[in-house]
Design a protein around this ligand. Structure first.
Ligand SMILES: CC(C)(COP(=O)(O)OP(=O)(O)OC[C@H]1O[C@@H](n2cnc3c(N)ncnc32)[C@H](O)[C@@H]1OP(=O)(O)O)[C@@H](O)C(=O)NCCC(=O)NCCS
Length: 159
């Protein structure tokens, strides 16, 4: 009799380490025409130990996302899901976990290509709103849409 082990893919999210840089670079190259160089991704991971996250399936990295802390706001630098793993909720799960790790005392901002409808839909679904257009922002001349999300702080009032 043949016994087969059923492997169940369980997504898991964790902070990136320097050892992940190669896998993240491959994912970056599969996702963008103008990928970030690996040294930049490595620096971002070093500088953002809480908010540079990878999503793994069976220990394989299939998505990553990073928020950098800028002077007056948090900035979503990038989020990407491997092409064969899209539309399975991984991008949204990463974004939710990134948000959970922010102080929420200041806004999160981002730029996204005007033609990147999938990403714009994802950000809109998560409550980001359009704040402007940066003309010719990308190297190939495409405009960026700038978006922002602010968090409502609960205030306890004595009654
Ligand atoms: C944008 C991206 C990260 C979305 O990741 P994903 O895992 O496929 O998205 P999810 O399955 O989590 O979808 C969450 C929501 O995003 C939106 N969305 C995602 N892909 C979409 C698509 N192709 N068309 C329209 N809406 C889409 C939907 O609102 C979706 O919610 P729904 O499933 O209830 O309809 C992914 O398409 C990607 O890696 N793109 C290439 C890299 C990139 O452009 N990153 C953004 C840089 S600013």
């Amino acid at each position: 009799m043949n016994h087969r082990l059923l492997t169940i893919e369980r997504p898991s999210i964790r902070p990136a380490t320097q050892d992940d840089t190669n896998a993240i670079s491959l994912l970056e190259e599969a996702s963008f025409n103008d990928p970030y160089p690996s040294y930049f991704l490595s620096e971002l991971a070093r500088d953002n130990p809480e908010t540079f996250l990878v999503l793994t399936l069976n220990n394989e990295i299939v998505a990553y996302g990073v928020v950098d802390h800028w002077e007056d706001h948090d900035h979503l630098i990038s989020i990407a899901v491997r092409p064969d793993s899209r539309r399975r909720g991984f991008g949204e799960a990463l974004l939710v976990e990134l948000e959970n790790r922010l102080s929420k005392e200041r806004p999160v901002r981002l730029e996204v290509r005007q033609g990147n409808l999938a990403a714009i839909e994802l950000y809109s679904k998560r409550g980001f709103t359009k704040t402007g257009v940066a003309e010719g922002y990308y190297g190939d001349g495409e405009n960026a849409i700038t978006m922002e999300k602010t968090f409502v702080k609960e205030v306890l009032v004595d009654c």
